[in-house]
Design a protein around this ligand. Sequence first.
Ligand code: NAP
Ligand code: MG
Length: 453
Amino acid sequence: MLEVINPATEGVLERLEPATAEDADAAVALAKAAFPKWRAVEPADRSRLLHRLADALESEKEHLAQLESQNVGKPISAARGEMGMVVDTFRYYAGAPERLLGDTIPVTGGVNMTFREALGVVALIVPWNFPLTIASWKLAPALVAGNTVVLKPAELTPLTAMEFGRIALEAGIPEGVVNVVVGPGSAVGRRLTEHPDVAKVAFTGSTEVGKGIMAGAAGTIKRVTLELGGKSANVVFADADLERAAASAPDGVFDNAGQDCCARSRILVERSVFDEFLSLMEPAVKGFRVGNPLDKDTQMGPLVSAGHREKVASYVPEDAPVAIRGSVPDGKGYWFPPTVLAPVSHDDRVATEEIFGPVAVVIPFEDEADAIRLANDTVYGLSGSIWTENAARALRVARRIETGVLSVNSNTSVRVATPFGGFKQSGVGRELGPHALDYYTELKSVYVATEEG
Ligand code: NAP
Ligand code: MG
């Protein structure tokens, strides 16, 4: 029996019979059978259905936010924001079926045109940190392009995905187009990755599992998009608005209890302002409100599971160089305090591995070249920030940092209308924005001869 736990209370939210590899096969068969009809739905009708689905999700936003908050342990204010993004993501893509345009290309002897064709059955494998949000980034573009899907949520957090399956059916999405399978990655996820009738796997999760997905997909030359881990840099120059940068840095790491692939968990600070920056950061770290996720003022909840807390704690042993530490509530729940480690060497384990918890390291740099070198000194390349009042420097450094997403004088990076994804071992492909549709379609070129010979 799979017990779905509330990490803030350690209580059981639901008991489920986990799916097996055979259940994954059955879901793929349903998706495969539904594909020809779904692909043939007139673009305007598909668009209308997607708008209706967005409306249905909007009307259940509060219910979904409550579920997500309880299952992940995330603050209700954050969960509400995320469900808003889920709705916005469906709205953003809902008009796309009529805008899957091709090209006409001048060629000798005839006319050449291109089409964007649906792939077929797409498997969507998602993690536990932003369960429905990350699923929606895959579901919306996959469905508008005419694909059918099998969604596998993380076993720790399946509740909103299951509700999504119900809501999609109620909104009129035909049976078989959206299938949700709740079971372990090692059985269900693996089977979907290797299944000959699955055309593509869209995966978000750890780099380690991502490598296995890529290898497993090779057997059938599946398309893959991978959104993987990160160890992003928050680069603070001495000429920055230090107060703003220091007030925002904690949120850049501790948001979602640090269980965020975009976490700016390596704070790089120009040496001349290093001590000043740490003191400016202290009140924001100590004042971080950690507690009951259902309280609307809570900024940070517990970690997602006991096992994950153990992993995070292993990075902060007794003798760790803790510079600032926040507080946590007493009693049940997988709590871990906001923690800032400094000074830390750039090649220390805490500075190179993704901790995926509320732990930041602060590292000094000497000059612009040193900042760029340190920012790029990682196998990852997902996000990052640059704080400076010098506009030319901001752009110069932004062009040199090897990551998919960057912000200047801000610690946010994810927007529905802009591309999201990683360089290096942070992934392959892009989600969100207009480009995501390219990853859920196959480009076809058709030549029509109009001249004889
Ligand atoms: P994970 O362990 O890689 O799991 C992700 C998903 O893959 C889960 O649904 C998991 O299922 C499944 N899975 C596990 N083993 C599998 C296998 N052999 N074959 C197929 N699927 C398998 O990641 P996580 O612990 O849930 O999430 C944390 C990681 O996600 C972090 O590294 C984080 O950086 C990354 N992440 C990246 C992004 C991004 O957009 N770049 C966003 C969020 C998170 P079960 O858990 O049910 O077994
Ligand atoms: Mg995992």
